[in-house]
Design a protein. Structure first.
Length: 327
């Protein structure tokens, strides 16, 4: 039985990765400091003999006993609300955390996959975005703490790959959705569904002509799994190229939820990307991967998940009190 360490394991993507690797017969060590994760996402695995949870901050020294075959580094705040409230922690988990885990991978002879992001492309001047595009990022803007943490993460990962011969993989994740997303984490899909469920008008920033491309979580996990087991060390885009404007997406959500809310407009946030569409030619060629779940199908599943939340969860303005984490 192979051993895999998954960081950020109590988060949205991390918890789905735990499910996949347990299903595939791995022994999963799930690590999270719960700064944005939630144990409810992995509680269904707590009695599984091949699953172990460790409450730990990867920005601090990491000790894992025994053999380790794979590391998947998914620890990081991933929504604007989070990384604007805890910017230092966001930078640390992408830099110190990645450094610690690469050292662990080197010591254990493990292969390590890092979760990078389409945010490394910033507000792109190339469309769709290929892996060869260097990006258009404001390093000192409000999103810079996340964007630059991920860009550094890629750089140090490639340095360990080149200099120390550590086996590494880099996935650039585009907008992903599905069950276990936090309803009020600030990203557009849960924001719209949450507003619809609370009977609020849907908030569109700017004119709503910015675009996003939404990938259902099961498709993303399949792409990550294939990339981990591949022989390719350079970054690979994983996402759904089915592009839609935010305004059209808001109208889709109104139709899906059967609500009668209006769409209201607010000023566009600073450095908000105007276009997001992955070029997935590399994933198709190298991994024989492409998304299978349509947005219509995925949204129905996700909406049913959010409808099942209790009223307290639905009405929460903040996920946590972040004051204790701000240093």
């Amino acid at each position: 039985m192979k051993n895999v360490l998954i960081t950020g394991a109590a988060g949205f993507l991390g918890s789905h990765l735990c499910d996949r690797f347990v299903k595939e017969g791995y022994h999963v060590i799930a690590m999270d400091n719960l700064i944005t994760g939630d144990l409810k996402n992995i509680e269904h695995l707590s009695d599984n003999e091949n699953f172990k949870f460790v409450n730990h901050d990867v920005s601090e020294h990491i000790t894992i006993e025994g053999e380790l075959d794979y590391i998947l580094h998914f620890a990081s705040p991933a929504s604007p609300i989070d990384y604007l409230k805890i910017p230092i922690q966001t930078l640390k988990v992408g830099s110190l955390g990645t450094h610690n885990l690469l050292g662990l991978a080197k010591a254990k002879g493990a292969r390590m996959l890092i979760a990078s992001t389409s945010e490394v492309y910033g507000d792109p001047l190339v469309h769709p975005q290929t892996e060869e595009y260097y990006g258009n990022v404001n390093p000192i803007g409000p999103r810079g703490v996340y964007d630059e943490a991920k860009r550094f993460q890629e750089a140090i990962t490639m340095a360990y790959h080149t200099y120390h011969s550590v086996e590494t993989r880099i996935v650039r994740i585009f907008n992903t959705y599905g069950p276990r997303m936090r309803l009020n984490d600030g990203r557009v899909l849960p924001a719209f569904i949450g507003q619809a469920l609370r009977g609020e008008d849907l908030t569109v920033f700017g004119k709503g002509n910015q675009t996003r491309s939404f990938c259902y979580v099961d498709d993303l996990i399949e792409g990550i799994y294939r990339l981990l087991l591949s022989d390719y060390a350079l970054p690979v885009n994983i996402g759904n190229p089915d592009e839609i404007t935010i305004l059209d997406f808001a109208q889709e959500i109104i139709k899906l939820t059967g609500t009668s809310q209006k769409i209201i407009y607010k000023d566009l946030p600073v450095d908000d990307p105007m276009q997001r569409q992955p070029d997935i030619a590399k994933a198709k060629e190298l991994l024989q991967w492409e998304p299978k779940v349509s947005r219509t199908e995925g949204l129905k599943i996700t909406y049913e998940y959010f409808k099942g939340l209790n009223q307290d969860e639905l009405n929460k303005v903040e996920h946590k009190n972040f004051d204790q984490y701000v240093k």
